[in-house]
Design a binder for this molecule. Structure first.
Ligand SMILES: [Zn+2]
Length: 259
C-alpha cells in the first residue's frame, strides 16, 4: 500500500552506509520508515531526511518497516542546522515530541501543528529559544498526562495566590496553608506568577504566543519546576537536554534566561 502524509522528521538513525531510518511526526502520530540511500549527497531523499525537515512523504507500507519513496519538502529548516545553539534546542524538542507522540494512527493533529509552529518560531526568533523551550515542555507535560491543574493547590484545591511552593515529591504546587515544615526539604518557594504562567503556556498555541516579560527569578522557577515534572513524573531523562545544558554553560547562559 502506498500512502502519503504530511510529516516532520523527528529522528534519524543511520542504517548501513547510506540508508537512514526516519521517525516522522505526522498529524496522526509518529511512524518510522526507511529512506534508502538518503545519506548519499545526490539522493533525491537527502533533503527530506534531515532532522526538522517537513513536507509530504510518500511511503510504501508492506508488512514491516515502510519505505519512503518520495518527499516533497515544504520546509527544510536549514537555519536550525547552521547554528549550534539552535541545533541543540531543535534536537531537544525532537526528543520531547518523540516521547509524547503516540504511534500512528491515534496521534493528535494539534501536537503536529504546535510542533511545526515551534520549529518555525525557533528558526525565526532564536533569542526566544529558552522561552519556547519552557512553553513546549509545559505542553509535553500536559500531553504525557503529568500536569496537575497548575492554578490550584494539589492538596486542598484552592486557587494559588502567593506564598506557595513546588513540591518535588508530589509534582505540583502546595499553598502556604497546606505546606508543613516536614515538606520544606522536598519543596521550594516560587514567585507568585509561576502558576499563572504555566497555565498560560499549557493553553496558548505557539503561533499566538506574544512577547512575554518574565523576570529572571520566575524563569528559573519555571525551568526548575518543568525539569522535575518531566524527569520525576514524566520519566524523561534526555541526553539532548544534557547536551543543551552543557552548551548553554559554555556560552555562559543560564537556561531559562533568554538572550
Ligand atoms: Zn492547599
Amino acid at each position: 500500500m502506498l500512502y502519503n502524509t504530511d510529516a516532520i522528521v523527528i529522528r534519524t538513525v543511520r542504517y548501513g552506509e547510506t540508508h537512514a531510518i526516519l521517525t516522522l511526526l505526522t498529524p496522526e502520530g509518529r511512524v518510522s520508515a526507511m529512506a534508502k540511500s538518503a545519506l548519499k549527497p545526490q539522493s533525491r531523499l537527502a533533503a527530506g531526511a534531515r532532522l526538522c525537515a517537513q513536507g509530504t512523504y510518500f511511503i510504501y507500507q508492506g508488512s514491516g518497516l515502510g519505505n519512503i519513496q518520495q518527499v516533497e519538502v515544504t520546509a527544510s529548516r536549514r537555519r536550525l542546522h547552521e547554528d549550534l545553539e539552535s541545533a541543540a534546542y531543535a534536537a531537544y524538542f525532537c526528543d520531547l515530541v518523540f516521547a509524547a507522540a503516540p504511534e500512528r494512527p491515534v496521534g493528535d493533529p494539534a501536537m503536529y501543528r504546535q510542533f511545526s509552529a515551534l520549529l518555525d518560531a525557533l528558526a525565526a526568533r532564536p533569542e526566544d529559544s529558552a522561552l519556547l523551550a519552557r512553553v513546549f515542555e509545559t505542553k509535553i507535560c500536559y500531553w504525557l498526562g503529568v500536569s496537575p491543574d497548575w492554578r490550584f493547590c494539589i492538596r486542598c484545591h484552592t486557587p494559588l495566590v502567593k506564598g506557595y511552593r513546588y513540591h518535588m515529591g508530589e509534582g505540583g504546587f502546595v499553598c502556604s496553608a497546606c505546606a508543613t515544615t516536614s515538606d520544606s526539604n522536598l519543596s521550594y518557594a516560587v514567585p507568585s506568577s509561576t502558576a499563572k504562567i504555566l497555565y498560560l503556556f499549557e493553553r496558548t498555541s505557539i503561533e499566538k504566543l506574544g512577547r512575554l516579560d518574565i523576570s529572571a527569578a520566575t524563569s528559573r522557577a519555571l525551568t526548575q519546576t518543568l525539569y522535575y515534572q518531566l524527569t520525576d513524573f514524566g520519566g524523561l531523562y534526555l541526553k539532548s537536554r544534557d547536551v543543551l545544558n552543557q552548551l548553554l554553560d559554555v556560552f555562559d547562559r543560564k537556561d531559562g534566561e533568554s538572550g
